[in-house]
Design a binder for this molecule. Structure first.
Ligand code: NAD
Ligand code: TYD
Length: 350
């Protein structure tokens, strides 16, 4: 039986990865290790919380003693590491928190794995989940490949780049069995509404202004979160040690076009006149250091491991809007309390 610690399993992508592994592999023992920051929510996993092959452990990856004790007592065979501070705007306000969780937390896990798995690196695996933002920004042409040089611009992407470098250093120096994947922007259910798509859906629904940074011309490459979780499954089980895979959906959208599409979908679903929701679009001060364009070449993952996205963006976006409209309680819960304070600080002076 494989025992896998999935870090950050109460977050957006982590909860989809946990659900997929718990449901697909009843013979695996899945431990969800999460600190439950503002972004972590056990409600995201209510449907599987009583499964016999699932356990939740609350803990902080920055706490070295806690991590060492956990490895000693649980003796996991693998780690799938998603725990992170993940929002660029928050990293601009508080970079140190990103260094602590994303860099120090990752090194703590690597150290525990290195110590505990000595003599059995061939039977264990450290899977580090990362982002395409480590590659920096593209101009009008080209795509990020696994060979693209790292060139991060935000404190978030700099901290993720640093963690990727540490994972590779532990592979090269100690022979740890490590794999890394760098994925493009995800969207889907259980996404905290500080990120563009859930924030826009929530604001349109509530007839609040939809903030568009700068001219809305920045481009992101969007992938449905369940396709990301499936890619992680495929890579975890099939990649050779030391390999890196880019994950993306060949699906580039200018922010303003994406928001207009959301407005059109929501006009229909909320029974509004065509064009009504688009009146909420409000241009605000640009994000500092705002990367212009991300685009992923996922050709290696397709040719070596056969992964391709399962649904189109239009299908995925419609499913996503339907989920947010059907799960008002989830949205109300996560947008109460601290969210209000964050929102004021982030948008009121823009
Ligand atoms: P998220 O912010 O929704 O969730 C992060 C989770 O990590 C939360 O449950 C939080 O409680 C937990 N966490 C934070 N600090 C912790 C700590 N010190 N100890 C233990 N747990 C802690 O993030 P997400 O969007 O689900 O992203 C997950 C991972 O995927 C991150 O590593 C991120 O860099 C990467 N990624 C995200 C995207 C995206 O579009 N969201 C794209 C590519 C890669
Ligand atoms: P985001 O969802 O924060 O993801 P990332 O910055 O990691 O790509 O933002 C996606 C894009 O949307 C990015 O170009 C910034 C922009 N954006 C807005 O225009 N308005 C907003 O309120 C937010 C949160 C983002």
């Amino acid at each position: 039986m494989q025992k896998i610690i999935i870090t950050g399993g109460a977050g957006f992508i982590g909860s989809h990865v946990v659900r997929r592994f718990v449901k697909t592999y009843p013979n695996y023992n899945i431990i969800n290790l999460d600190k439950l920051t503002y972004a972590g929510n056990l409600e995201n996993l209510r449907d599987i919380e009583n499964e016999p092959n699932y356990r939740f452990i609350k803990g902080d990856i920055v706490d070295l003693e806690f991590i060492n004790t956990l490895f000693d007592s649980e003796q996991p065979d693998a780690v799938i590491h998603l725990a992170a501070e993940s929002h660029v705007d928050r990293s601009i306000t508080n970079p140190l928190e990103f260094v602590m969780t994303n860099v120090v937390g990752t090194v703590n896990l690597l150290n525990a794995a290195r110590e505990n798995w000595k003599g059995k690196y061939d039977k264990t695996r450290f899977y580090h989940v990362s982002t395409d933002e480590v590659y920096g920004t593209l101009g009008e042409d080209g795509m990020f490949t696994e060979e693209t040089a790292y060139d991060p611009h935000s404190p978030y992407s700099a901290s993720k780049a640093s963690s990727d470098h540490f994972v590779r250093a532990y592979q090269d120096t100690y022979g740890l069995n490590a794999v890394i994947s760098n994925c493009s922007n995800n969207y889907g259910s259980f996404h905290f509404p500080e990120k563009l798509i859930p924030l826009a859906i929530n604001n349109i629904k509530q007839n609040k202004p939809v903030p568009v940074y700068g001219k809305g011309e920045n481009i992101r490459d969007w992938l449905w979160v369940e396709d990301h979780a499936r890619a992680i499954d495929v890579i975890f089980h099939n990649a050779k040690a030391g390999q890196t895979y880019n994950i993306g959906g060949h699906n580039e959208w200018k922010n303003i076009d994406l928001i207009n599409l959301l407005c059109t979908i929501l006009d229909k679903k909320l029974g509004r006149e065509a064009g009504e929701s688009a009146k909420l679009i409000t241009y605000v001060t640009d994000r500092a250091g705002h990367d212009l364009r991300y685009a992923i070449d996922a050709g290696k993952l397709k040719s070596e491991l056969g992964w391709v996205p399962s649904i189109t963006f239009e299908e995925g976006l419609e499913k996503t809007v339907d989920w947010y409209l059907a799960n008002e309680e989830w949205l109300d819960n996560v947008t109460s309390g601290n969210y209000q304070q964050y929102y004021k600080g982030q948008y009121n002076n823009r």
